[in-house]
Design a protein around this ligand. Structure first.
Ligand SMILES: C[S@@+](CC[C@H](N)C(=O)[O-])C[C@H]1O[C@@H](n2cnc3c(N)ncnc32)[C@H](O)[C@@H]1O
Length: 229
């Protein structure tokens, strides 16, 4: 078992993790089932360049890193939080050299990256601002910084603001929703929740955990395009 795997096991089984009590760590951080889901997904698409927005306590960051050592794995965390210290400590202790921790707001980070270093990412994992307007700003920049066929993985699809933002993307930008086949996640299906979002209503099976968007082409909209969402 790798050091990273045993660290993750410890995070899920102990009453505290690097001084953070369990009840603070969860449900903020992703569950084991969610971690396994991400592992399965990323192991299939093997991205070279992954950007994680909203590092939190770094649990999802460790899962992402555990799939493989990606050449470029950036994780953006707000500064002045105890959670940032935890991620830095784990990175140092486990010698995880490929993770680059950026202390910034996701919106500022993405805008700055687009202006100064617009290399394209293959995957964005978003678990940050869930307010509709904040997420829309993130998605605006992610779209500009994502390669064609790249993925945007959004956590907490139970949250209406996330579904509404995804509905905008599906109706207005060149994206399709990736069907989810993982039984463990679709078991907690959104089918039982009343979904008003037009684009999502058409989809048969959605999990309450993640929505996954795949970019299918460049953005070819005329300047006055608008489709209700
Ligand atoms: C749910 S937690 C992420 C948990 C993480 N995925 C894990 O498994 O440990 C969300 C994080 O996003 C951060 N966040 C919220 N809005 C943000 C923003 N605009 N910029 C950067 N981080 C933000 C919060 O501070 C919090 O640490």
């Amino acid at each position: 078992m790798s050091k990273l795997t045993s660290t993750l096991e410890y995070a899920y089984s102990s009453s505290s993790f690097f001084d953070i009590p369990r009840e603070k760590l969860f449900p903020t951080s992703i569950t084991q089932i969610q971690g396994l889901f991400i592992t399965e997904l990323l192991s299939k698409c093997r991205p070279q360049n992954i950007i994680e927005l909203g590092g939190g306590f770094g649990i999802s960051c460790l899962w992402i890193e555990n799939c493989c050592h990606w050449p470029h794995h950036h994780t953006v965390v707000e500064s002045d939080r105890k959670s940032c210290q935890l991620l830095s400590t784990v990175k140092k202790e486990l010698n995880l050299k490929s993770i680059k921790i950026v202390h910034d707001s996701t919106q500022h980070y993405l805008a700055t990256k687009l202006a100064s270093e617009p290399t394209l990412a293959d995957v964005f994992f978003i678990d940050a601002c869930e307010l509709f307007d904040g997420l829309m700003v993130d998605l605006h920049f992610c779209n500009k910084l994502l390669a064609i066929n790249g993925l945007i993985i959004l956590r907490n699809s139970w949250n209406p603001s996330i579904r509404k933002a995804v509905s905008f993307v599906l109706e207005n930008l060149p994206y399709e929703l990736v069907p989810q086949t993982n039984d463990l996640l679709t078991k907690h299906s959104l089918k039982s929740i009343f979904i008003r979002d037009a684009a999502l209503k058409r989809v048969g099976s959605l999990s309450c955990d993640f929505l996954i968007l795949k970019k299918t082409s460049a953005d070819l909209r005329p300047w006055n395009h608008f489709s209700a969402f």
